[in-house]
Unconditional design. Structure first.
Length: 243
C-alpha cells in the first residue's frame, strides 16, 4: 500500500540520482581525502567543442577511486563533466562517451543557432571558458536534509520555498534542487539515465547568489548545468537549467 502511494506521488520529470546518497563539493578538503578536479585546463583527448573548435569548459573531473561514486576505476578512471557557453550547446542535450582511457567521444549536440548563441565573447564580460583549478572532495549530505529533498522530488506540485529545498549548489548524486528537471534517455541503450551531478553558477565554491560575476560561469545565479550518466554505456548527457 505504501509503495503504491509513493508511486502516485512520484514526479515523472525528476530523474533518479546515482549515487542515491547526495554529496556536496568541499573546496577545503582534508589532506587524506580523495581529490576530484574542479575546473582548470582541459587537456582531455577528444574534449573539444564541435562548434567552437576549442577545448570544452571542464567543470569537474570525478575520480572513480572515490567509493562514493560506485564506479569501478579499473573500467573507467574518471568521469568528466564538460560544457560550452559560447555556442548552441546550452539549447539542448549534449552527450559524449567516456572511453576506458579517460578520453572523450562526442555523440550528440544541438545544431548551430547563430542568432541565439553568446558567441566568442561568452555569456558575460571577461569570459574565457577556463577557470582556476581547485581540488575538491565529496562530503555526504545529512540524512535529514537529504530526506527533505527526496520528499520534494517525489512530489508533483510542492512549493520548493515552502519545503525549504530551494538552495542550489554543486552536488553529486542524491536529490538536488533543479529548476527545470528533465528525464533523459541514453543515446546508445535508450534507457533512463540517472542524474549524476548538478553544477551551479559558482566557479569558486557553493554560493552562486553571493559570488562576484568574475568568479561565476555565466553571471546568473539561477543557472545550473545538469549531468546524467549511463553507467552501462559510459555516456554523459548534460543540459542547462534556469530559474
Amino acid at each position: 500500500m505504501t509503495e503504491e502511494a509513493s508511486t502516485d506521488r512520484f514526479n515523472p520529470d525528476q530523474p533518479a540520482g546515482d549515487p542515491e546518497s547526495g554529496y556536496r563539493l568541499n573546496f577545503d578538503p582534508s589532506p587524506s581525502a580523495i581529490f576530484h578536479d574542479f575546473c582548470g585546463e582541459n587537456k582531455i583527448e577528444g574534449a573539444s567543442c564541435p562548434h567552437c573548435k576549442k577545448p570544452l569548459l571542464r567543470l569537474l573531473t570525478l575520480n572513480t577511486n572515490d567509493e562514493a561514486l560506485n564506479i569501478d576505476p579499473k573500467t573507467l578512471p574518471a568521469v568528466h563533466l564538460l560544457y560550452c557557453w559560447n555556442c548552441s550547446i546550452p539549447f539542448g542535450e549534449f552527450s559524449y562517451k567516456i572511453e576506458n582511457d579517460g578520453s572523450v567521444v562526442l555523440l550528440q549536440y544541438p545544431p548551430r543557432m547563430p542568432e541565439s548563441e553568446h558567441g566568442p565573447d561568452g555569456p558575460r564580460d571577461g569570459y574565457t571558458g577556463e577557470f582556476v583549478h581547485r581540488r575538491v572532495s565529496l562530503d555526504g549530505i545529512g540524512q535529514e536534509e537529504q530526506a527533505r529533498y527526496k520528499d520534494f522530488w517525489n512530489s508533483i506540485d510542492a512549493d520548493p520555498y515552502d519545503c525549504g529545498v530551494d538552495t542550489i549548489g554543486h552536488q553529486v548524486g542524491g536529490f538536488p534542487f533543479i529548476y527545470n528537471p528533465c528525464r533523459t534517455k541514453c543515446p546508445s541503450c535508450t534507457e533512463d539515465m540517472p542524474l549524476l551531478a548538478s553544477i551551479c553558477d559558482d566557479a569558486t565554491g557553493n554560493s552562486p547568489d553571493s559570488v562576484s560575476e568574475c568568479d561565476s560561469f555565466v553571471g546568473n545565479c539561477g543557472v545550473q548545468m545538469v549531468f546524467h550518466f549511463c553507467r552501462k554505456c559510459s555516456i554523459v548527457t548534460g543540459y542547462s537549467s534556469c530559474d
